[in-house]
Design a protein around this ligand. Structure first.
Ligand code: PLP
Length: 292
């Protein structure tokens, strides 16, 4: 946003999904709002129709940030399918990776052409057409562009990854279901769950540590680490980072801050064994108390 001279305005999120909703977006609108970036945070699908019910009548574009969403669904379709434009990440942390890089998907042919143009230094002739030609056309660089190309080698890796995505998501959902079942019986912990309109890929299986739990989030992280289990703090909040701190809205972002301060992300990877998962669960039941 800052790269194009836009001013970010932060909206709060729903406590159950960690995503913006129509209501939280409405509270953040200003007369200058041109676009809303709505995230499928950690792979939990956002309620896009609810957000678009607020933005569409005002002519505001929703950019779906589906960076974490490969394999998640919204109302029976892949997340991102209902957005005019969606952004994807293929960073190694994601379920579908090409080592680095990402992708845009859009329902507008003209936006797709423009993105392709800009990613190749805004050349009037694509590199593919240039290399294919016998008599090379004279290209022109029509504006200031970027080098945002993905290599063919990365794309080949990505296509194989795409074929494996259903199997990877199915295994992660199995692991998530076991965590959810166990965590439902532990007082003071709340596990991320599917919203009623979609299914998540459980890229980041987060747990909120409530007041009734015997320790706080930091205490639980440490107890897990002492048991040689590496968890992660929940999703960071951009408005607390130095370049954006001055943009914290006056109304505050209480739900975002609560989730950022109180959540942690448990180990989920498709090769996680049942025995290792039970070790994590035992530690959650008795943090620091299982003889470690
Ligand atoms: C929600 C979200 N958006 C954007 C990104 C950035 O993706 P990349 O690092 O591939 O640019 C990430 C990466 O973690 C993310 O989780």
């Amino acid at each position: 946003m800052r790269y194009v001279g836009a001013n970010p305005v932060f909206a709060d999120v729903d406590p159950l999904t960690g995503n913006v909703t129509g209501e939280t977006v409405r509270a953040a609108l200003t007369p200058g709002t041109r676009a809303v970036i709505a995230v499928d945070q950690g792979g939990v699908p956002l309620d896009l129709d609810d957000v678009r019910a607020v933005t569409d009548p005002l002519g505001i574009i929703v950019v779906e940030d589906a960076a974490c969403g490969a394999g998640s669904t919204y109302k029976g379709r892949p997340v991102g399918a209902g957005a005019e434009i969606a952004a994807w990440s293929f960073h190694p942390r994601k379920l579908l990776t090409t080592g680095e890089g990402g992708m845009l998907t859009t329902t507008h042919e003209s936006w797709a052409s423009r993105a392709k143009h800009l990613r190749e230094h805004a050349m009037s002739v694509s590199a593919a057409d240039r290399h294919r030609s016998v008599l090379p056309p004279a290209e022109e660089y029509t504006e200031v562009g970027f080098n945002f190309r993905m290599t063919d080698l990365q794309a080949a890796v990505g296509l194989v990854q795409l074929g494996r995505l259903p199997e990877v998501v199915a295994r992660r959902r199995e692991i998530a279901a076991r965590y959810q079942e166990a965590i439902a019986e532990i007082g003071g912990l709340r596990a991320v769950a599917d919203p009623d309109y979609g299914t998540g890929n459980f890229q980041s299986f987060w747990v909120e540590v409530g007041d009734e739990y015997p320790t706080d989030r930091e205490g639980l992280l440490e107890a897990l680490a002492r048991a040689d289990i590496s968890a992660r703090r929940g999703i960071m909040a951009s408005h607390r980072q130095p370049p954006y701190r001055h943009l914290t809205p006056e109304r505050g972002l209480p739900v975002t801050e609560r989730l950022t301060d109180r959540t942690l992300i448990l180990p989920v990877f498709h090769a996680l064994t049942g025995a290792d998962q039970e070790r994590v669960i035992a530690e959650l039941r008795h943090p620091g108390g299982s003889g470690s």
